[in-house]
Design a binder for this molecule. Structure first.
Ligand SMILES: C[S@@+](CC[C@H](N)C(=O)[O-])C[C@H]1O[C@@H](n2cnc3c(N)ncnc32)[C@H](O)[C@@H]1O
Length: 211
């Protein structure tokens, strides 16, 4: 009940907050052509998609998330097509999309290296993955708390991890990190373990070889 019904609805509200919107705008800026978005959720990025995007291929396992996203898709001039349920196994051909987007999703996908490997596979050489994620904080005090709370977080938040080093994971998949900004979501100090952000862009090299 919690995970299938209430969690997607709660995330739609929490991640739809005003304070997150500006970070989303940064994450989608510059996307163009065909884009695969993993962990599409309730489509909170849809109203912010730049006009140069031609099609979005959405991957989302939650039926409630897809239902909540329906209105946003209808209101958008950019077509959104669902192409599967699992970012770890994309139903897409090699080098078939121009760009990829992941917001607050690399924390949750169980085998994140595999999902990033899939993005690397389906992106054309020179294509970019744009990401906005929360993850392992740079300051040791917050990082320690993230490690401590991680198991509980996974249990109550649908498998979400607090302590993934997002830039390292993106780099290990073979992407060259061309933009990276760490930031904090605004909020009380006690929420610091949840609020450390990674905003960036990873580029698939023209001559790609996974590391
Ligand atoms: C915290 S929510 C973020 C949703 C959305 N990206 C956003 O920014 O609001 C994480 C999303 O990842 C989805 N997810 C979980 N496992 C997944 C998987 N294996 N492949 C793709 N998406 C997954 C969840 O269903 C959920 O919608």
């Amino acid at each position: 009940m919690w995970e299938d019904h209430l969690l997607p609805r709660s995330l739609n509200v929490i991640l739809g907050a005003k304070g997150v919107r500006g970070h989303r705008e940064d994450a989608v800026a510059g996307l163009q052509g065909s884009v695969v978005e993993i962990g599409f959720g309730s489509g909170l990025n849809v109203p912010l998609y730049p006009a140069k995007i031609t099609t979005v291929y959405a991957v989302e396992p939650s039926s409630v998330g897809r239902k909540l996203g329906a209105g946003r898709i209808r209101a958008s001039s950019i077509p959104v097509e669902y192409v599967g349920l699992d970012g770890q196994e994309l139903q897409m051909a090699d080098e078939s999309v121009d760009a990829a987007l992941s917001t607050f999703t690399l924390c949750t996908i169980p085998d994140v290296a595999r999902a990033l490997g899939e993005l690397f596979r389906v992106l054309r050489p020179g294509g970019q993955v744009h990401f906005l994620e929360h993850g392992l904080a740079a300051d040791p005090d917050t990082a320690n708390r993230q490690h401590r709370f991680n198991r509980l977080q996974q249990r109550v938040a649908g498998g979400c991890n607090l302590d993934r080093p997002i830039d390292r994971l993106v780099g290990e998949a073979g992407f060259e990190i061309s933009v990276l900004k760490n930031d904090w979501l605004k909020g009380p100090k006690v929420l610091k373990p949840w609020n450390y952000l990674y905003k960036g862009v990873g580029t698939k090299p023209m001559r790609a070889g996974r590391q």
